[in-house]
Design a protein around this ligand. Structure first.
Ligand SMILES: [Zn+2]
Length: 318
């Protein structure tokens, strides 16, 4: 089972309790997986559609319990679902009006336009925001396995995305939007905010799982960073040695090393032959081995002599 499916399974086990939260939950389903179908005479039928039978059952029970609406269950097979079965919950015309007024999606007075509203509590109460997000995720949410990256998203529409964004921001979770195949996607990509959203939705088991993965990932990252650091030092060492070897070679071709003090000649030759070894190792190769600071001093002296010479030559050319 995908991580996403696991989160949904866990969310389906939560029990809607307060009546305020029930309305927020119904509101989120109506926004994410319902279509409003014209039924003649300007009347509207609300139809919920999902492949998840457990979700269809949950919506059916919520409508019944909170609004005394009995929806009709039917099934459809669509080629676009690869022949998989979708559950349809159809609310009759009269109940649809009652439903949409309760959800503040149409105005009380007859002939009012459909507008994008949510029950006030979905915005103002934490318990209701939590119920709204849970339902939005069950209806049209997905989450990347945290082993691969941190991302939790809701498929929404251009006109509804700002409601979701508002609820997420009000809950202190930063989110972004992008467009994909005619839908607007609202997504969270910061690890802390994904965890925050799981907590708010009540997916505590998924949250623990994600935190475990995060701890492992972070310690792996630390180890990788340490390795990269060693590699960087090594590269620095290699390139310094290679640079010295190149400078000494260039100098010796032009002037020969014979004019330099004996100890520096020896060091220069050793460096040309061993561009990859560290200075300390080089110091150990000398006929009279010297330590780290000794060889450092000698190399600096050698490089100074060589570059002075080069600089003078360059000066002459001008
Ligand atoms: Zn509530």
């Amino acid at each position: 089972m995908s991580f996403s499916a696991g989160v949904k399974e866990e969310l389906l086990r939560t029990q809607p309790e307060k009546t305020c939260c029930m309305l927020s939950e119904i509101s989120a389903y109506t926004q994410s997986i319902a279509s409003l179908r014209l039924a003649g005479g300007g009347r509207i039928k609300v139809v919920y559609e999902t492949e998840n039978a457990a979700l269809a059952k949950r919506i059916f029970l919520l409508l019944k319990k909170r609004l005394e609406i009995t929806a009709t269950l039917s099934f459809a097979r669509y080629p676009r679902l690869g022949g998989r079965r979708a559950c349809l919950l159809t609310v009759n015309e009269q109940d649809s009006r009652h439903l949409l007024v309760s959800l503040r999606m149409i105005r009380e007075e007859e002939g009012g336009d459909v507008f994008k509203g949510v029950p006030r509590a979905a915005m103002t109460r934490r318990c209701c925001r939590s119920a709204f997000l849970r339902a939005a995720f069950l209806g049209a949410g997905a989450m990347t396995n945290p082993e691969k990256g941190y991302r939790l998203e809701f498929v929404s529409s251009e006109s509804r995305a700002d409601i979701l964004t508002g609820i997420l921001e009000k809950s202190g979770l930063s989110c972004h939007t992008t467009d994909r195949r005619g839908s607007r996607i609202v997504y969270i990509k910061k690890g802390d905010d994904v965890v925050g959203c799981l907590a708010l939705m009540g997916a505590h088991q998924a949250l623990m799982e994600m935190e475990n993965i995060r701890i492992n990932r972070d310690s792996r990252n630390l180890a990788n960073r340490a390795t990269n650091c060693d590699q960087a030092n090594l590269n620095k060492q290699l390139s310094a040695g290679a640079k010295q070897a190149a400078a000494i070679t260039a100098y010796s071709l032009k002037h020969s090393l014979a004019g330099l003090p004996k100890d520096l000649q020896e060091l220069g030759r050793l460096r040309m032959l061993n561009p990859d070894v560290s200075l300390t190792e080089l110091g150990g190769m000398l006929s009279t081995p010297v330590g780290k600071s000794g060889v450092n001093h000698k190399m600096r002296k050698l490089m100074n002599l060589i570059t002075e010479e080069t600089d003078e030559n360059e000066g002459e050319k001008e």
